[in-house]
Ligand binder design. Structure first.
Ligand code: ZN
Length: 78
């Protein structure tokens, strides 16, 4: 059983939705296999998964769909 590097909590195999910044835009990747900490929620991607994520992002291939993403600015919150 692998442990979380931040809090030593138990890691659980899950598929996650992973946001990735690329050329100033946010790209969302769905169904990414990851290890998620049960304690603090830290998401860890294995190096081979990270490589596949980067390969897909850099290929700039047509996305499955385009989603609208809400943007908030913390500086506007008083
Ligand atoms: Zn943790």
């Amino acid at each position: 059983m692998r442990r979380c590097p931040l809090c030593s909590g138990e890691l659980e195999e899950k598929t996650v939705t992973h946001p990735q910044e690329y050329k100033g835009r946010i790209i969302i990747l769905e169904n990414v296999p990851a290890e998620v900490c049960r304690q603090c929620g830290e998401v860890l991607l294995r190096p081979d998964v990270l490589e596949r994520v980067q390969g897909l992002v850099w290929s700039e291939s047509a996305p499955r769909r385009i989603a609208q993403v809400p943007v908030y600015d913390l500086a506007e919150v008083t």
